[in-house]
Design a protein around this ligand. Structure first.
Ligand SMILES: [Zn+2]
Length: 415
């Protein structure tokens, strides 16, 4: 691979304060000007006021592009015509430092609210982008053909395209607030993040003055059906699903879980809600395989299907714990932040059975009305193992949780 410079370069340590012109961040301040911009650029190190770099997990690809000589490290984004199609906020939650700790509420509006700093030469990048799209899903078209849903020419077009506003959000962690959510000390959180990434970010332990971290992880995407401004109005009926990524089901149609059927059911509910004059929201988080990753997930599938007695609901969580050490790493504690960014105060219809998601949402001060479980007809036969195990573990279920016998007798397909 080509070295991008002719002369040998010194490694630039991140563990010493640069301090030359770095702007302060006052997390949770009432206005963008008082809060200050998040500057994660690597071009002018003196301007950096955060740990880590932009683009979440893709920051590593950016480094590869620079190493390969394909990208100039001096490149600055030209933000002409990139501004949001819909203005989100500001909402009261933005200036409550306890409500949002894992994204930058001003992240979509940097070209506007930090125009002065940009003009002064600060490389400030959006961490949120808002655009519009038409989404076409075979399940929605099927629902139209079966007469469950019909085109209105506004929310849903005759060909089956649903009109949405969507936003992509990169993680921006305010470490004192993240530590508080997880009930640990900030010093301990910083140390463990440093150690468990193999020492990737020395500033975590050497620069306690830097409180904001751009972690190299996936972010989230929200899809809004109807007017985004209505999300913040508790008088307008809000149908919402908070969905965690499951590539195998969401994209490839694997039948071992209910992820895609529940997601498309939620989209149908969101469209129906918006057509009733309400608004719909799907928040999609990149937390593949309960944030354990797909390798772990596939190992667990094999362990489940090869165990003595086959894949049964009573052993569902035990097999995950054997491989991963925990049942789940999604930690819904940070999930409600995106709802607060959108100004949500009440979810009238929550399309989720997860008690962890429900507890996190209501615990963050958002009222939840009705909970919508997945229709029985949408659960694939092989996904009954997961569904029954989750119901027994506390998932919302109108008909009651299965007993020990039912769990033992709920069996999945062999390999
Ligand atoms: Zn799944």
């Amino acid at each position: 691979m080509a070295d991008t410079s002719s002369a040998p370069r010194h490694i630039r340590l991140t563990s010493h304060a640069g301090g030359q012109g770095a702007l302060p961040i006052h997390w949770g301040a009432a206005t963008a000007a008082e809060r200050g911009p998040v500057v994660g650029t690597t071009t002018n190190r003196g301007h950096r006021n955060v740990i880590g770099t932009h683009s979440g997990s893709y920051s590593v690809y950016r480094a590869l592009a620079v190493a390969a000589g394909a990208l100039s490290r001096e490149h600055k984004a030209d933000l002409t015509n990139t501004s949001p199609t819909d203005q989100i906020g500001p909402y009261p939650q933005w200036s409550d430092p306890g409500k949002i700790v894992s994204l930058d509420p001003w992240g979509a509006a940097v070209a506007d609210v930090f125009a002065t700093e940009l003009a002064a030469g600060y490389d400030i990048r959006p961490t949120i982008a808002v655009t519009k799209a038409h989404v076409v899903l075979p399940e929605v078209i099927e629902a139209m053909q079966k007469g469950r849903i019909s085109a209105d020419g506004k929310i849903l077009m005759r060909g089956g395209a649903a009109c949405v506003t969507k936003a992509a959000i990169e993680p921006v962690w305010w470490l004192p607030g993240v530590a508080k959510r997880f009930g640990c000390s900030e010093a301990n959180l910083r140390r463990v993040l440093f150690e468990e990434t193999g020492g990737m970010y020395p500033e975590l332990v050497t620069r306690s003055d830097l409180e904001v971290f751009l972690p190299p992880i996936g972010g989230q995407t929200v899809y809004i059906f109807g007017n985004p401004r209505d999300l913040a109005n508790p008088e307008v009926e809000l149908t919402a699903r908070v969905h965690d990524e499951c590539n195998g089901s969401d994209v490839f149609g694997s039948d071992i879980c209910t992820c895609r059927p529940y997601l498309t059911h939620a989209i149908e509910e969101c469209i129906l809600g918006a057509q009733r004059g309400g608004v719909g929201l799907v928040s999609y988080s990149r937390k593949e395989g309960r944030a354990l990753g797909e390798v772990t997930k596939f190992l667990v599938y094999n362990a489940r299907k090869r165990q003595v007695g086959g894949d049964t609901a009573d052993q569902y969580f035990a097999r995950t714990e054997c491989v991963a050490g925990v049942q789940d790493m999604r930690f819904q504690e940070l999930m409600p932040d995106v709802l607060h960014w959108l100004g949500v105060r009440k979810i009238h219809r929550l399309v989720s059975m997860s008690n962890m998601k429900y507890d996190a949402i209501t615990g963050s001060g958002i009222e939840v009305g009705e909970r919508i479980d997945i229709p029985a007809g949408l659960i694939p036969a092989d996904a009954q193992v997961e569904m029954q195990a989750k119901k027994a573990a506390g998932y919302f279920t109108p008909e009651g949780a299965p007993d020990a016998d039912a769990l033992k007798n709920t069996k999945g397909r062999a390999l």
